[in-house]
Structures are given as C-alpha cells and as structure tokens.
Write a protein that binds this ligand. Structure first.
Ligand SMILES: Nc1nc2c(ncn2[C@@H]2O[C@@H]3COP(=O)(O)O[C@H]4[C@@H](O)[C@H](n5cnc6c(=O)[nH]c(N)nc65)O[C@@H]4COP(=O)(O)O[C@H]3[C@H]2O)c(=O)[nH]1
Length: 710
C-alpha cells in the first residue's frame, strides 16, 4: 500500500467514523425529541426493580420525588403487593421478550394514586444484567371517573330495582337494554327483544309503537293503559321518555305504574261525592252540575229542556208502618224504574229523601218540550203506579206496595235562568200537583199547564177520532179559466162529538208531532182513492182529478209507495187523476230519497203538485230535478195581488217559471173577480178559492158539480 493509499484510507476511516458519530448524535437527538414528546415518565429499571434512571417532563407525573426514586428498588418505594406485581411484570417481560402492562396503586399524601405501566425489556449485550424501560402513566383521574361511573350504575340499579313501577329502556334499534324485576314479572324478560316481539293485541301494539315513536322524536309521553294480569284487568299509568346524552337521543325508557287501586279509590270517592249510595243515582250535587251544563248547552244549541221534580206520595207512612228497610227498598226500586223511563243523555237523580229529579235535554222547540215532558212525566207516573213487591216489609214479610208520585215540571231553553231557580219552580209545581190530590203532574207555568193539558186531551181525542171514524173529507173545487170544474182538493175535517167540526189547523200539527198523521194520512188516501174510483165510474165526473195533502212524515214512512200501489189496485182509482200535494219543506230534507220516492210514485201514474209555492227557498236547479206536474201559488200572494205590487210581481214570476219548466200553475185562495181576472190575464189557467166554492161535504160538492153540468 502506498503512502498515498494509506493516507487516503485513513481519511476514509475518519469520514466513516464521523458519519457514524453524526448518526449516533442524530439518533440520540431523535430519542431525546421522542422523550420530550412523551406525556408519561420513562424509567430504566434493573431486574430488582431498581430505578437506574428516569425521564419525566414534569415531576408531577411521578409518584414520588426523584431523590426518593433514584437508586431505590420497587420494594423500597411501593407497598408489598404493588412491588411484587411490578417485579412479576419485569420477569414476564424478560421471559417473553415482550412488553407487559400492569396497574398499581400508591398511597400518597392526598389519597391513593393510580398508575398504569408498560414494561419492555431493554436490548442488552449478552453478559449484561437485564434492564427494562418502563413507561408509567398516572391514571388516577380515569380510575376516579370509573369509580364514579360504577357508583352511578349501582345507584341506577338500586333505583330501578326498587321503584314501585315497571321500568324498561330501549336502544335506538328498539331493543330492550334494561329492565327491572317488576317488568319481568309482568311481561317476562324483555331484554334484547323489540316491541314487535311483544305478545299483545294489535291495538295495544299499535298504541305502544306510537308512544315509543313519539319518545324517540323527543317527546315525553304520558298515558294510561289496561292490561290483564292473572285474569284481572289492571290499569297502568305509563311514561315513555327519551334518553339523551349530550343533547342527543340515544334511546328511550319507560315506567309503568299499576294504578288500579288508586283508580278504584278515586272511583269510590267519586261515587261517594256524586252518587247517592242507596240508589246509585246521581246525587243533588251532580244533578245541579248536569243541570248547569244542560242550561248552557240548550241555550247554545237553541234546544229546549225540562226539569221534572218527583216526590213520592205518603212515603213517610211506608217507613213508619213497615220500617226503613222497606222504605230503602222502595227507593231503590223507584230509581230502577226511573232509569227505564228516560232516554240516554237525560239524567235521573235523587235529591234526597223521597225526592227525585229528571232532567230532559235536547228537545226541538217549546211545543215538543211540552209534549215530551208531559209524556215522560206521564210514563213515570204510570210506572210508579205499578205495584212494588217489597221483600223486606215489616216483620221480614214481603208486601205489595202501591205507590204514587206528584210531579212538578218546568221547561228551560233560551231564557236566562239559574239551576236553583229552576229547581224552585219545579218544586212549586210539585206542590201544586200535591195540592191537586197527589199522583198528578203539574207544570210550573199556568199557560204551559193549560197547553199541556189541552194537548194531552187532544192527543187522546185524536186516537179516539181514528177509532170512531170521526174524520171526513171535504172537497174544494178547482176550475179552469172558463170556471169549468176540473177537479178538487180533498181537505180533512174532524167531526168532534162535543166540539163540532174541527179544521186541520187545530190538530194536524199535533198529529205530525205524535206520528198520528201516518194512520190519519192513510185514511185520507184511502177515502180519496175510493172517491176517485166512484167519480171515474160516472161519465159526468170521470174527468175530475183529486188533490190530496201529504205530510212529510207520511211521505217518508217506509212502504209508502207499496201502500199507494195497493190502494190503487184495491179501489180501482185512476192513478193519473190522483195528485199528491207536497210542501217545499217535505222536499228539501234528504233530497235524494225524496226524488227516488217521487219517481217510484210517478211510475204508477201519480202526479205531484208543489203546495204553498213561493213561501220556501227551493232553488231552481233543485226544482228542475223533481218530477212535478204543478206549482200551486200560495194564497198569501193571491190575497193581495191587486193591492201589493210585490205580490203581483211574485205571482207573475211564478206563472213565468211554471211556463218555462213545463209545469201547470194553479192559484189558490182566489176570492174575488178582480183576482181571477188579474190571474187569467197573466195566463193562469187553473184556480181554486172561495170565489168558485168553499171546501164542502161530498153531497154539497156533487150538487155544485151538477149545477155546472146542467
Ligand atoms: N182564506 C181563504 N182560504 C181558502 C180559500 N180557498 C181555500 N182556502 C183554505 O186554504 C187551505 C188550503 O189547503 P192547504 O194549503 O193545502 O193547507 C191545508 C193543508 O196543509 C192541511 N191539510 C188539510 N187536509 C189535510 C190532509 O188530509 N192531510 C194533511 N197532511 N194535511 C191536510 O191543512 C191546511 C189547512 O186546510 P183548511 O183549513 O182546509 O184550509 C184550506 C182551505 O179551506 C180562499 O179563497 N180563501
């Protein structure tokens, strides 16, 4: 090797060493940087756990001060168990050549401190004693947090297990994640199951699903539900609420509390507070409350109502002679009969003693109120008059008791009146009933009393009239523009044995209200058909048609078409000469059914006339749909047609309307020649009124026809 070469080689060696040294320095700096970056202290321990060196960014991270740690073994620094645990970790790391983790506790001045360490064997030269790099992290805060968490969990568990309610919680997927023993006892364990897995009715399932969904959406739902447990229906109050973590909903939980007993108590309290324990009828307090409501409701709905005060006659005598047990039994039985006499929605109550009250509501109109109150009071009186069989008569023997009651009645409706004033009125009326000899009904208002008595008498009379054939038909001629008779209107008359001839205005209204119009109307139709058939058989009267008034109730009755069909067949009356007079009010209600019925009847050949035309509100469009033949101008327009320009215009308009709809028009109530001339001049071809003839009995009517014929 030349000198030159040797020099060169030496230079190369120096360069390599320098590079190596630079690399070592670089590595050391890198290591130092890593150590700096480490948040945890690093120790170097030997096999005895002696601290050979350490690095810590801050001395706070160490368990003790550096002077105590350096050169000391773990046995000298830590408690026995902790030291053994560290030494074991050193052995394990040495034996496995891998890093080993341990946690240990040091009792410090300010309480226990927790550390987590990771022990890694340090690479060593063959004969060197093993050394270890130990990374130690202070985890006291985490340990404390875990402890708090554990305590909270135990607290939660204790609460959940001991609350007197069922508890459950579900995650976002709807799976049950928590439950308590009460839940398990009622439903079996729900853990892991979804609401779809529950064995409940479809309705209960839908209900649960809906409340759960509302809770998932953030709402706290409160509701009640009933469930059968061991064959017993029990009521639960339930709360379903969202579980929020940091404002975000992570699940829902629910409490079901069995409130069956509470409900039962509430019901008992309610019963005691508002119901009479003997008869189980509402007591005075509840009755007054309902009456107040009825007063407000009837004023708002423009409906009538009635208050009936019922006092048992001679009740005290029963108590005195047969004892209180018999009295109590009678009161219970009276209550049961009262319940049967009233409609749903009405109230029967016991005021106390032998006094009862009935509140009737939602009655249409004062007249109807009068009729209904009278009818129900009558029914109550009749019911109470039926003998009572009392099992607990004096001496334990059964007795038959004949009871009677005095009933005071007062109506209420739109007038401003208090419940107590109403009671007072009913009371006054009841005393009048007592004064009238007991077992009587009495209205508070004398006018009402008179009207009710009269209507009740009229009602009974009407029944008798039907039975005893006291009705008759009168005929009023209808003429054409040449005054030639073309037919008649049949008008009902009642030949009362005591009161003489009664006109329909006095009884048709009551017959309508009570439904008697149906059999009366049937009689009218049968008589009219017989008359038509009789006229049809004679050439001089064969052309006559007969108009018959049909009331709404009669027209709507089931089987009306069949009834007329039969009548026509039976009597042989020419259907085409029968004209039914309907009013607009009949036609307006339930228009579809009315049109259908009219079509059926028209198919039989029957014609229709629209009575009182001009007084109602029928729309033209509606009129066009009806199979009518004739409009009848109401007599109120005809009456003043010469003096009232307005009425004259109305009559002209009706005549024009009839023309454009293709209907004939008849004027009703024509009394003077002027009226007749006016109407005829405007194209009215048919007329009815006193000018041509009043309604009259058959014989007179046929005499009138004969004059024309002659
Ligand atoms: N001022 C005056 N009045 C005249 C004149 N011409 C006829 N009248 C009266 O006007 C009424 C016409 O009958 P309505 O409008 O069908 O009105 C009838 C009808 O709605 C009803 N009615 C009569 N009979 C029956 C029936 O059999 N069934 C039904 N449901 N209602 C009937 O009773 C209402 C009254 O009948 P009526 O008392 O017989 O009274 C009749 C008749 O006597 C006149 O020139 N001047």
């Amino acid at each position: 090797m030349t000198d030159e070469n040797r020099r060169l080689r030496a230079t190369c060696d120096i360069d390599a060493r320098k590079r190596h040294e630079q690399q070592v320095v670089g590595l050391r700096d890198e290591l130092a940087t890593i150590l700096h970056a480490l948040p945890d202290p690093v120790f170097e321990l030997d096999m005895d756990g002696r601290c050979l060196s350490y690095y810590a960014r801050s001395e706070d991270l160490l368990a003790s001060s550096p002077s105590i740690l350096l050169g000391k073994t773990v046995r000298e620094v830590l408690a026995l168990d902790e030291a053994e645990s560290v030494l074991q970790a050193l052995h394990e790391a040495r034996d496995t050549g891998r890093s080993v983790g341990r946690q240990f506790k040091i009792e410090g001045e300010h309480g226990p401190q927790w550390f987590e360490m990771s022990v890694a064997p340090k690479p060593s030269i063959a004969d060197e004693t093993p050394r270890f790099i130990v990374l130690s992290r202070k985890i006291t805060a985490r340990k404390q947090a875990e402890q708090v968490l554990r305590e909270r969990e135990s607290l939660l568990r204790a609460v959940v297990d001991n609350i007197p309610a069922e508890f459950w919680a579900r995650d976002l997927e709807g799976r049950c994640i928590m439950e308590n023993a009460a839940t398990v006892a009622h439903w079996g364990s729900l853990l892991g199951s979804r609401i779809d897995d529950a064995r409940v009715s479809p309705e209960a399932h839908a209900d649960w699903l809906a409340s759960n969904q509302r809770a998932y959406a953030g709402e706290t739902v409160r509701k009640e539900f009933a469930s059968d447990i061991d064959g017993e229906r029990r009521v639960f109050q339930c709360i379903v609420a969202p579980i929020r973590v940091g404002g975000e909903i992570v699940g829902i939980c629910g409490f079901n509390q069995d409130i069956t007993e509470r409900k039962r108590h509430e019901e008992q309290i309610h019963q005691l507070a508002f119901f009479d324990p003997l008869t189980r009828l509402p007591n005075r307090r509840l009755m007054l409350d309902r009456l107040e409501h009825a007063l407000i409701g009837s004023a708002r709905r423009h409906q009538e109502g009635a208050l009936l005060l019922i006092d048992l006659d001679h009740f005290k005598d029963l108590n005195d002679t047969h004892g209180h047990e018999a009295g109590d039994e009678l009161l219970m039985k009276v209550a049961a009969r009262l319940r049967l006499c009233i409609r749903q929605g009405d109230t029967a109550a016991r005021l106390g003693g032998d006094e009862f009250v009935v509140v009737l509501e939602d009655i249409d109109g004062v007249v109807e109120g009068l009729v209904q109150a009278n009818a129900i009071a009558g029914k109550i009186r009749d019911e109470l008059n039926r003998p009572f069989h009392l099992m607990r008569g004096g001496g334990g023997e059964a007795i038959t008791y004949h009871c009677s009651a005095s009933i005071g009645i007062t109506l209420f409706g739109s007038q401003d009146i208090s419940a107590s004033e109403l009671l007072r009125r009913a009371d006054t009326a009841m005393y009048q009933a007592k004064a009238a000899g007991r077992n009587a009904l009495c209205f508070f208002d004398p006018a009402m009393q008179a009207a009710a008595t009269e209507r009740a008498a009229l009602h009974a009379d009407l029944h008798r009239a039907l039975r005893d054939s006291q009705f008759e038909l009168h005929y009023q001629v209808q003429v054409d523009e040449t005054r030639r008779p073309i037919g008649a209107e049949a008008l009902l008359r009642w030949r009362h044995p005591a009161r003489g001839l009664i006109f329909p205005g006095s009884f048709i209204g009551l017959a309508e209200e009570t439904g008697l119009i149906v059999p009366i109307g049937t009689w009218v139709l049968r008589t009219a058909c017989l008359q038509l058939a009789a006229w049809a058989a004679r050439p001089e009267t064969a052309h006559l048609r007969l108009a018959v008034n049909v009331s709404a109730r009669q027209f709507r009755q089931a089987g009306f078409t069949d009834q007329l069909r039969e009548l026509i067949v039976l009597t042989g009356a020419p259907a085409s000469r029968l004209e039914l007079e309907l009013t607009e009010s009949t036609l307006i209600e339930d228009a579809e059914a009315v049109v259908e019925r009219m079509e059926e009847l028209r198919a039989l050949g029957i014609r229709f006339s629209l009575d009182d035309f001009g007084t109602g509100y029928s729309s033209l469009a509606y009129l066009k749909r009806l199979p009518l033949s004739q409009l009848k101008v109401d007599q109120s327009f005809v009456r003043d047609v010469m003096s009232d320009a307005n009425d004259a215009t109305i009559v002209e308009t009706i005549l024009g309307l009839g023309g454009s709809l293709g209907l004939s028009v008849i004027a009703e109530g024509v009394e003077s020649e002027d009226q007749f001339a006016f109407l005829a001049a405007r194209g009215c071809r048919e007329h009815q009124g006193y000018l041509f003839g009043r309604p009259m009995g058959l014989r007179d009517f046929e005499a009138l026809l004969a004059v024309h014929h002659a």
